[in-house]
Design a binder for this molecule. Structure first.
Ligand code: ADP
Ligand code: MG
Length: 468
């Protein structure tokens, strides 16, 4: 209890820090298991205010799950207890939290499926975090296909010629190392300037966050978060295209940062002028700094990447196996890594030798799985997002023209990007298979007649592909 008290005293001393900084500190304190200990602190306040029967009844099997942003997340096993805690005790919990952090918290109770889903998402994010920790310059294999982008990223990380390289815009197809370079810049600048406020955000998260900030009246907090960055990194910026309001807000964010001489780095799967529905003024801004592309790796680079990855995994691969992979997987680095990971798993599980014939079998299986990441939901979601409508509009019965076009495009993309049959496609949209045939014909006709229409299809396809 003494340790706990000391811990809370430290926290109180830090009330002038922002919450996120406090939490960073909490995480760094090895002796304190932060979330559980905060919950213990809250419970001691509850114990002072409630009877022991109430505590046992409502909180004996309630546990703290996470503290993230200004949300304190709890788990309780029953729907009934959840409702009671929400209606009777959240105010008390909030006030205990305010006492600890000198800041307002939202208390979120999870139970059943929502708890499972939350934990799954959290695990995924932690996995991503671990991956991103490894995205450093040291782990990046440089070859002719990426040396320009690498040099530009390195120059930015070292603060060279800020004026000329701002913004840095790295573009290229999926799986070629753009996100890796972005994090490498982040790591390096963090090392050199530990006090910098570094903001990393994905284009679609920025959009979603902005929409929710507008809905909940938190525009100012949103602005403060993004406009006070010393270094601003936006991954997959193509996802901010489309929505006028997002682009408008983003334009001002960009200008504020740019005028304050803050370094900005973007990645995208396309060049600025190929991002349809991006306003001209943003295109111009994006093109005003340095554009650097990444290309699919050449043979030598593929060999080096495979060897590098194998060493990282403690896997010893013969030259002919490395050569076989490098000759057969040519499109991108993600594929190469996937192959080496698979081989490693196979090696660990089967304790068999790795030779060209086993590798060829492993790779065949990989190709079978390859297209499975594109699901009907992803296609419908991306099409809906593109036209700023909802997936329900696409799946629903409405015959309004924009919905019909979006629906037909979704059907067309399902047909071209997946192996579903016409009747299966019909089922996703609760339509029969002749409707699907007519939709496909209509889209093919439009594509032939109108190059702009074709560009829209290509644009949505790129958005879908960059989701893997
Ligand atoms: P993108 O953002 O371009 O889609 P990523 O940066 O996510 O691609 O790269 C996909 C995977 O390939 C990541 O695990 C990344 O570490 C790895 N990778 C890409 N390029 C390289 C490289 N040149 N050297 C080492 N690993 C790389
Ligand atoms: Mg990426």
């Amino acid at each position: 209890m003494l340790i706990l008290q000391a811990f809370f005293d430290i926290i109180k001393c830090l009330i002038n820090f922002k919450i996120s900084e406090q939490l960073e500190l909490l995480k760094g304190m090895k002796t304190v298991n932060s979330v559980a200990d905060i919950w213990e602190g809250v419970l001691s306040v509850l114990r002072e205010n409630l009877t022991s029967v109430a505590i046992t009844t409502w909180f004996s099997d309630c546990s703290a799950v996470n503290i993230s942003g200004n949300r304190f997340i709890l788990h309780t096993p029953s729907e009934f207890k959840k409702r009671i805690i929400e209606s009777r005790f959240t105010d008390l919990i909030k006030s205990a939290l305010k006492d600890i952090f000198a800041s307002d918290f939202e208390v979120v109770l999870l139970c059943g499926d929502e708890y499972e889903r939350y934990m799954e998402q959290k695990k995924k994010e932690e996995g991503q975090q671990q991956e991103q920790d490894e995205y450093t310059f040291e782990n990046f294999v440089v070859g002719s296909s990426n040396k320009f982008a690498h040099a530009a990223a390195l120059a930015v990380a070292n603060g060279v010629n800020k004026k000329d390289y701002n913004p840095l815009f790295i573009y290229g197809e999926s799986g070629l190392g753009k996100t890796h370079l972005l994090h490498a810049i982040r790591h390096e600048i963090k090392k050199q300037h530990p006090d910098y406020n570094i903001v990393y955000v994905k284009g679609d998260d920025f959009t979603n966050e902005l929409i929710s900030a507008i809905q909940t009246g938190r525009n100012m907090a949103f602005r403060e978060k993004y406009r006070n960055a010393d270094l601003f990194l936006m991954d997959d910026v193509q996802f901010i295209a489309g929505k006028e309001s997002t682009q408008e807000e983003f334009f001002h964010t960009f200008n504020t940062l740019y005028e304050a001489n803050r370094q900005i780095v973007f990645t995208s799967d396309r060049q600025p002028n190929e991002i349809l529905r991006l306003t001209d003024r943003l295109k111009t801004r994006f093109e005003s700094g340095l554009l650097a592309d990444v290309q699919p790796p050449d043979y030598e680079t593929r060999m080096a990447i495979i060897k590098n990855k194998a060493i990282q995994l403690g896997l010893n691969l013969d030259e002919d196996v490395v050569n076989y992979i490098a000759e057969n997987l040519t499109a991108n680095v993600r594929q190469l890594e996937g192959a080496v990971n698979k081989i490693k798993a196979y090696h660990d599980l089967m304790s068999e030798d790795i030779d060209v014939s086993s590798v060829s079998k492993i790779m065949k299986d990989m190709f079978k799985e390859k297209s499975s990441f594109i699901t009907p939901d992803i296609i419908i979601e991306e099409t809906a997002k593109y036209f700023s409508i909802s997936p329900e509009d696409i799946k629903g019965p409405s015959r309004a023209k924009p919905f019909v076009v979006a629906r037909q495009i979704s059907m067309y993309l399902l047909r071209t990007l997946t192996n579903f049959s016409l009747s299966e496609i019909g089922e996703f949209f609760s339509r029969d298979h002749s409707t699907v045939i007519n939709s496909l014909k209509q889209i093919e006709k439009n594509i032939k007649a109108n190059p702009d229409f074709y560009r829209i299809i290509k644009d949505i396809t790129s958005n879908i592909n960059s989701r893997n």
